[in-house]
Write a protein that binds this ligand. Structure first.
Ligand code: ZN
Length: 220
């Protein structure tokens, strides 16, 4: 059965549609859009709203009805047919290919904890963000943790569960300092995620005192 991804929270799409998202966030949103028709339709509407507002601003300022019309467009029904997904090589979203190439297996995976590996994907202009691929062996989990900052996990292969929900290919799990969780990969298949973070995770279980300083050092 093909999974239909849940749309990403609108707050991430607004910056993306305005071209204001940092590179790693833009890559993650782009990859999610290639897998989620509902988010593509929403992004298209945000684009239309942004364009409509820009047109009305010059030269006499925003006319009285323009903002209302632009906002009404947000409430308009979804288009009957979503735009087609951008082409991707196999199952790897096109937005990721410049960073990962076509073969995840050829990347230099490094062990993080038992059953979890990571490869950092260098980016050019976003020193506050870190982008990486995470591979969680089927049935294993990232240890209990909370976050210093935002964490976005986009599922590329397999799926995981974190006590708040189940995430499958195309879904985005968003977490911040208010969230404590331990994403556990579905049994039987490894889970590969694109991870974008603005700070290190903070372990809350055993070994936390020993490992947290190391995690802070690793996050750039
Ligand atoms: Zn997390």
């Amino acid at each position: 059965m093909i999974h239909t991804p849940r749309p990403i929270s609108e707050e991430w799409l607004v910056d993306y549609a305005a071209g204001a998202a940092p590179e790693p966030v833009a890559v993650l949103v782009d990859a999610h859009l290639s897998m989620c028709p509902e988010s593509r339709a929403l992004a298209a509407r945000l684009d239309a709203v942004g364009g409509a507002m820009l047109e009305r601003i010059e030269p006499a300022g925003l006319s009285a009805g323009a903002l209302d019309r632009a906002l009404a467009a947000l409430d308009a029904p979804l288009p009957a047919a979503a735009p087609p997904a951008p082409a991707a090589a196999g199952r790897i979203p096109a937005a990721l290919l410049p960073y990962t190439g076509t073969d995840f297996g050829a990347l230099a995976w490094k062990p993080v904890v038992k059953g979890v590996e990571e490869v950092v994907l260098p980016t050019r202009g976003a020193p506050t963000h870190r982008m990486s691929l995470l591979r969680i062996v089927g049935g294993r989990a990232i240890p209990d943790h909370t976050h210093y900052g935002d964490e976005l996990l986009l599922v590329l292969e397999g799926g995981f569960e974190d006590g708040r929900g189940h995430y499958a290919r195309g879904d985005v799990c968003a977490a911040d300092e208010t969230v404590a969780h331990a994403p556990r990969a579905d049994r039987g298949t490894d889970c590969i995620c694109l991870a974008v973070t603005t700070g290190p995770i903070r372990l809350t279980g055993g070994w936390a005192r020993l490992l947290n300083p190391l995690l802070r050092l690793r996050h750039r």
